[in-house]
Design a protein around this ligand. Structure first.
Ligand code: PLP
Length: 417
């Protein structure tokens, strides 16, 4: 990591880290990183001692943008600093970051233990690519109970892969305890930290060997860029990831998206605070509503893992899910009446979004798989944005009123409930 500003405070790193002028650059005085679009860079001469292996982007060594690019390098430095990791890599999507990492650390015949409650795309990747085509043995377990992970680890386990909290039920697993189990078995632990962002949770500090992000979500924060990141302190893992990123897969974040991500991260601390404040208000409002049967938000004391959340995270984030009374048709009426919350997949942007996992993100799962994960037909996931919270509550009221208007309930509740 290059020498950054002296402060190590998260808010200061978010704004400036990685954007110091690169030595050797003409000093234009830019206070933000320019978008370096060049695919290739002029070299000093043929007799240069610079070998491709020894390029050091922090010294201004750039040769070809698949290998490294100044704008991408700046954002990699920043994400590394925020996650407390020495090596960071930016990819064209969260999926690419996770894929490249897993490909870097497992081989055919290896065993992977993964949380059964993963982002559906990651689960499919592990099943349909690693298990089916690359001969990697993958076991999915309920990692909310550490004992299940312990029981699943074998002599061939090379990787334990977790997400915490999970999508959409906000289940959590104990990262520190599972890191110990993985390390006792000489396996690596990787954690997808997309939902909390490095502002509220740092898996490396809890013992994980690598942390992944879909930067599409909170890190970029404005729903206008798709990207991913992988951070580690393990030099061997870093060497492999770098090899697979630049040579094996050839996947990296484009300069314009790197710039957007750098820009988005500057306000991450403020956004996360506001997301959390609004999500807490919305969660409490929903918890008291007669047309809501359950609310899943780690910040609520009613969340079964509230203590673990408080122990391993420094906040509870901006995503929650809740189960509406009634049936699919009632949930449909509720969602279609909303005007502030946009019906859309994804999360983590400044605007509030809602989705119905059973009919959208988790629709590809079988009804049995959905039932096992607690995804009912009326479970709604909300990514609570940074708007005025009263507008969000008024919008939810609109949704409840629409449910009551067209009620198929035997004894319809009133709109005031
Ligand atoms: N991880 C989590 C937790 C996600 O929610 C997502 C996408 O929704 C991904 C990974 C995949 O990221 P991307 O869509 O950037 O490929």
């Amino acid at each position: 990591m290059q020498d950054g500003p002296e402060s190590t405070r998260f808010e200061t790193l978010s704004v400036t880290y990685g954007e110091e002028p690169t030595p050797g650059d003409p000093m234009t005085g830019d206070v933000v990183s320019p978008i370096h679009l060049a695919s290739t860079y002029a070299l000093p001469g043929l007799d240069t001692e610079m070998s491709l292996e020894d390029l050091d982007p922090s010294q201004g060594d750039f040769v070809y943008s698949r290998l490294s690019n100044p704008t991408r390098h700046a954002v990699e430095e920043r994400i590394g600093a925020l996650e407390g990791g020495e090596y960071a890599y930016a990819f064209s999507s969260g999926t690419a970051a996770i894929f490249t990492f897993v490909l870097s650390v497992v081989e055919p015949g290896d065993h992977v233990v993964a949380f059964d409650d993963l982002y559906a795309g990651t689960r499919r990747m592990l099943e349909d690519v690693f298990r089916s085509r690359l001969d990697v043995d993958v076991d999915f377990v309920d990692a909310t109970d550490v004992e299940n992970v312990a029981a699943a680890i074998t002599d061939s386990t090379a990787l334990v892969w977790l997400e915490t909290p999970t999508n959409p039920r906000m289940n959590m697993c104990d990262v520190a305890a599972i890191a110990d189990l993985a390390h006792d078995a000489d396996a690596l632990l990787g954690v997808d930290n997309t939902f909390m962002s490095p502002y509220f949770q740092n898996p490396l500090a809890l013992g994980a060997d690598a942390v992944a992000h879909s930067t599409t979500k909170y890190l970029n924060g404005h729903s206008d860029s798709v990207g991913g990141a992988l951070v580690t302190n393990d030099e061997r893992v870093a060497d492999e990831v770098e090899f697979f990123q630049t040579v094996g897969v050839g996947d990296m974040l484009a300069p314009f998206d790197s710039y957007l991500l750098l820009r988005g991260i500057k306000t991450l601390p403020m956004r996360m605070e506001r997301h959390q404040e609004n999500a807490t208000t919305v969660a409490k409002y929903l918890e008291d509503h007669e047309l809501v049967e359950a609310v899943h938000y780690p910040g609520l004391e009613s969340h079964p893992q509230h203590d673990l959340a408080t122990k391993q995270m420094s906040g509870y984030g901006g995503v929650l899910s809740f189960e509406l009374a009634g049936e699919f048709a009632d949930a449909k009426r509720f969602l279609e009446a909303l005007t502030e919350f946009t019906l859309a997949v994804s999360l983590g942007g400044v605007e509030s979004l809602v989705e119905l996992p059973a009919g959208m993100t988790h629709e590809p799962l079988s009804p049995e798989e959905r039932e096992a994960l607690g995804i009912t037909d009326t479970l709604v996931r909300a990514s609570v944005g940074v708007e005025h919270v009263d507008d969000l509550l008024a919008d939810l009221d609109r949704g409840f009123a629409a449910m009551v208007d067209g009620a198929e309930f035997e004894d319809p509740p009133t709109a005031d409930d």
